[in-house]
Design a protein around this ligand. Structure first.
Ligand code: FES
Length: 158
């Protein structure tokens, strides 16, 4: 079985140990673990010969990176003005009810993480729910079940 150390080292090796590949390396690590575990950041730093604080700095600077465990499927509900006036709050309530979590939380089985965002730039399609980067427009509470159920059948993208 491949150890976590080897897994992360293999990712770093793909980039020939180039310092300017830190962001790409962290993206790959996050795809593997769904977040950036501390042990992985340590391996990245040591393999690149960079101070750990520098790698952590990159990891905390970009909002796309998470230092907290996240679920296999990332669910983002838009609460921007246009989505809000079209009923995004009711959609969010239904997602919370079905997953049994609040925003910012991850289900116990580590399958779903729920977050809210403010405008995804596709207001005409609102209310919008994004799951693993895929946009689901004109959402309603009634469509939530189908969108979440779909994730059980499909492997996560990326
Ligand atoms: S307010 Fe939701 S996409 Fe703009």
């Amino acid at each position: 079985m491949v150890s976590d150390y080897e897994k992360v080292k293999t990712i770093v090796d793909r980039y020939d140990g180039k310092h300017d590949s830190v962001i790409a390396i962290l993206q790959d690590v996050q795809s593997e673990y769904h977040y950036l575990p501390e042990h992985a950041l340590r391996v990245v730093a040591s393999q690149l010969g960079l101070p750990l604080i520098q790698v952590c700095g990159v990891a905390t600077f970009f909002k796309a990176f998470s230092l907290k465990p996240r679920g296999e499927h990332m669910v983002s509900v838009c609460l921007g003005t246009a989505c809000h006036v079209r009923g995004a709050s009711a959609v969010l309530d239904e997602v919370k009810r079905r997953l049994g979590i609040e925003r910012g939380e991850t289900t116990e089985d580590m399958r779903f993480t729920l977050e809210t965002v403010n405008c995804l730039g596709a207001c005409a399609l609102g209310p919008i729910v994004v799951v693993n980067g895929k946009y689901h427009g004109q959402m309603s509470p009634g469509k939530v079940k189908k969108v979440l159920k779909k994730q059980k059948k499909e492997p996560p993208e990326g």
